[in-house]
Design a protein around this ligand. Structure first.
Ligand code: PLP
Length: 373
C-alpha cells in the first residue's frame, strides 16, 4: 500500500462545510484587503502563540524581510542564518541591505545552537535568524544570551511547544508561512509576523502597507504585502485544530520509534525542552540514495529537501564562498524526509518502516514484516 509524503486533505475534510461557510461569509462581506477576518486572525494567532502582536503578510518570505527591517536591520549589517534550511530564510536578508552570514547546525536536531551561532558572530551582527527546522524549536533563550536579538523563522513550527513557550513568542520577533503544505496552511500564499515589541509591530504594519500609516504620508519604502481576508477566514477555521494536528504529528513520530525505525536510520532528536509538531519527519542515513530509490520502488513518499545547502547555492556565492559548515554538509548529504502528517497511523508507519528495512536490506523492520506474512 502506498503512503504519501504528507496528507493535507484528510485533516481538512471534516472542516470542509465550515470553511465553505467562512469563504461565503467573507465574499458576502466584501472587505477583501485588510478586512475583518485579518484583524480577527491576527488577534487569535497572537493569543495562540502567546505573542503580543501579529501582523498578517502575503507570505513567509516577505514576513522575514519585513520583520528584519522592523527590527532595524539594514545596509552594513550582518544577519546570522543557518545554511541547512529552505532557501527563503537566507534569500530574505539581502533585500534589507544586510549580508547573510551562514552558520552550522546540530546534526541530530538540524537546528542552530549557541555554539554554531557564536562561531558566526561578527562585529556587524545585528540579528540572528534561527530556523525552527522541521518543527523542532531552536534554543532561542540560550542564543539571546550571546547578546544578539533573535528573529525566529517559525515557518515550519506552527503548533510546536517548548517549556519556555511557543515559537512566535520566544525571540524579539518571529515569522510564519501559511503555504498550503505547512502545519497551518491557507488555500494559497499567506504569512505572519509575531512580536512582543510594540515598536517592531508598528514598523511591520507600516512596511506591509507601502510604509504608510494613513495612506496619505509614506514614511518608508515598504511593500505591498498583506494577508488576504479570504485566506484569514480559512485560517481562522483551522487554528483551533492546530494543536490536535500537532498531537497527531507527534504520535506518528512515536509510532516510528515503536516500530523500530531507530535500528535502521538515525531519527530526528527533539531539542531539549521542545515538543515538536513535526512538519517533516527527516531521518538520516549514509545510504540515503539507496533508501530513496527503495522507497520509490515501494510507493512510499520521500524527499531530500536540502541536498545543496543554501551557502552552496549559486545566488549565495558572494556570501557562501569559503564558508566551512561540516555538519550542514553531512546532513545535506544524509537526510531524507519520510511520510508525516497529523493522520499518519500506526498501520501506515508499519508499511513505511517495513519498506525502509527492505530498501536497506536490514534485519529489523523488513525481516519482521516478512516473517509476519
Ligand atoms: C516555507 C518556508 C519559508 C517561506 O515561506 P513562503 O510562505 O513560502 O514564502 C521560509 N522559511 C522556511 C524555513 C520555510 O519552510
Amino acid at each position: 500500500m502506498s503512503v504519501p509524503l504528507f496528507d493535507t486533505r484528510t485533516p481538512l475534510a471534516p472542516l470542509r462545510a465550515e470553511i465553505d461557510g467562512a469563504i461565503k461569509a467573507a465574499v458576502d462581506d466584501g472587505r477583501f484587503i485588510l478586512g475583518p477576518n485579518v484583524a480577527a486572525f491576527e488577534e487569535e494567532f497572537a493569543a495562540h502563540c502567546g505573542a503580543e502582536h501579529t501582523i498578517g503578510v502575503a507570505n513567509g518570505t516577505d514576513a522575514l524581510t519585513i520583520a528584519l527591517r522592523a527590527m532595524g536591520v539594514g545596509p552594513g549589517d550582518d544577519v546570522v542564518v543557518p545554511s541547512f534550511t529552505f532557501y527563503a530564510s537566507a534569500e530574505a536578508i539581502p533585500p534589507t541591505g544586510a549580508r547573510p552570514v551562514f552558520c552550522d547546525v546540530d546534526r541530530e536536531t538540524c537546528c542552530v545552537t549557541p555554539d554554531t551561532v557564536r562561531a558566526a558572530l561578527t562585529p556587524r551582527t545585528k540579528a540572528v535568524m534561527v530556523v525552527h527546522l522541521f518543527g523542532n524549536v531552536a534554543p532561542v533563550a540560550a542564543i539571546e544570551a550571546l547578546g544578539v536579538p533573535v528573529l525566529e523563522d517559525a515557518a515550519q513550527a506552527a503548533g510546536s511547544m517548548t517549556d519556555a513557550g511557543r515559537p512566535g513568542a520566544l525571540g524579539t520577533a518571529a515569522t510564519f508561512s501559511f503555504f498550503p503544505s505547512k502545519n497551518l496552511g491557507a488555500f494559497g500564499d499567506g504569512g505572519a509576523i509575531t512580536t512582543r515589541d510594540a515598536a517592531v509591530a508598528d514598523r511591520a504594519r507600516m512596511l506591509r502597507f507601502h510604509g504608510s500609516w494613513d495612506k496619505v504620508t509614506y514614511e518608508h519604502v515598504g511593500y505591498n504585502s498583506r494577508l488576504d481576508d479570504l485566506q484569514a477566514a480559512i485560517l481562522r477555521v483551522q487554528l483551533p485544530h492546530l494543536d490536535g494536528w500537532a498531537d497527531g504529528r507527534r504520535a506518528a513520530g512515536e509510532h516510528y520509534r515503536e516500530a523500530g525505525l531507530a535500528e535502521l536510520v538515525a531519527l530526528p532528536r527533539a531539542v531539549d525542552g521542545c515538543r515538536p509538531a513535526w512538519h517533516l519527519y527527516v531521518v538520516r542515513s549514509e545510504r540515503a540514495g539507496e533508501l530513496a530509490a527503495g522507497l520509490g520502488e515501494r510507493a512510499i513518499g520521500h524527499k531530500a529537501y536540502y541536498r545543496t545547502p543554501v551557502h552552496r547555492q549559486p545566488a549565495m556565492a558572494e556570501y557562501g564562498a569559503g564558508v566551512d559548515l561540516p555538519a550542514t554538509d553531512e546532513v545535506a548529504r544524509t537526510h531524507l524526509a519520510i511520510p508525516m502528517s497529523p493522520v499518519l497511523d500506526a498501520g501506515q508507519v508499519g508499511e513505511v518502516v517495513g519498506a525502509v528495512g527492505e530498501a536497506l536490506g536490514g534485519r529489523t523492520g523488513g525481516a519482521r514484516r516478512r516473517a509476519a506474512t
